[in-house]
Design a protein. Structure first.
Length: 240
């Protein structure tokens, strides 16, 4: 990442007192960003960093891991798009394939802490007259499974690791090709986790096992009530 022109990067650091747990959760979220970057260039790039903290009163120093998230302006420049604070857009305005990718990715990692239309943990960019959503902030996902995360009560979820598909009815129409794309990426996605040296073996196993539960049932989505009603009405059908 260049610090010359684009220097408004977000720094993600530990948020728990327990250093080992804090490191584990941070690394798991970092890997989640890495997985999404593997799926599309319309994603935030990240960089692990080692941070030294100094107490201004005592002078005592301590070290912890963190990671930097690409400047949004740099991302826009890289994908040749314009950042757009676009609220309440129709699903039809989004770039073909990208909305499906975001929705299925969030389903795969078990993340319900986002809303594309409300720009909750999603940035939007305009390119060639279409909107491109880019997700971020995955610590409430089932893949990370942070101790402080809570299930989404809006969908009667019991556990953070539960999954529910929060894409639009329109995204379901073209989902089959996206599901096939994810299946083709399964080996690479798991490789990103298994090849990572800064996470213990047990945590890697938990992550890959959780992903297995997605890949083994990739076409059997758990849909919220409103989507079930749309599909039942005949207004939408999952593409085959």
């Amino acid at each position: 990442m260049s610090l010359n022109e684009f220097n408004d990067m977000k720094l993600v650091t530990h948020c728990l007192e327990d250093k080992e747990e804090a490191k584990m959760l941070l690394m798991k979220e970092y890997l989640t960003y890495q997985i999404y970057e593997e799926l599309t260039e319309h994603s935030y790039r990240t960089q692990l960093v080692r941070i030294t903290y100094k107490d201004i009163k005592t002078g005592k120093k301590s070290k912890n891991w963190g990671f930097l998230i690409e400047d949004t302006a740099q991302l826009a420049n890289r994908i040749q798009a314009e950042k757009c604070d676009c609220w309440g857009n129709s699903p039809k305005e989004f770039h073909h394939g990208t909305a499906e990718l975001v929705s299925l990715f969030q389903y795969m990692i078990g993340n319900e802490d986002f809303k594309v239309e409300a720009l909750k943990n999603v940035k939007t960019f305009r390119k060639d007259g279409q909107l491109i959503p880019v997700p971020y902030d995955f610590d409430f996902s089932g893949l990370v499974d942070a101790s402080y995360a809570i299930p989404n009560n809006d969908y009667q979820m019991k556990y953070v690791t539960d999954r529910i598909y929060l894409g639009s009815a329109e995204s379901l129409l073209e989902l089959h090709s996206t599901q096939t794309f994810f299946q083709a990426k399964e080996h690479r996605i798991k490789g990103i986790i298994n090849d990572f040296r800064k996470l213990d073996t047990n945590s890697k196993l938990i992550m890959t096992t959780y992903l297995d539960s997605f890949f083994q049932n990739v076409e059997a989505l758990n849909l919220p009530k409103h989507l079930i009603e749309v599909m039942g009405s005949g207004k939408g059908r999952v593409a085959k």
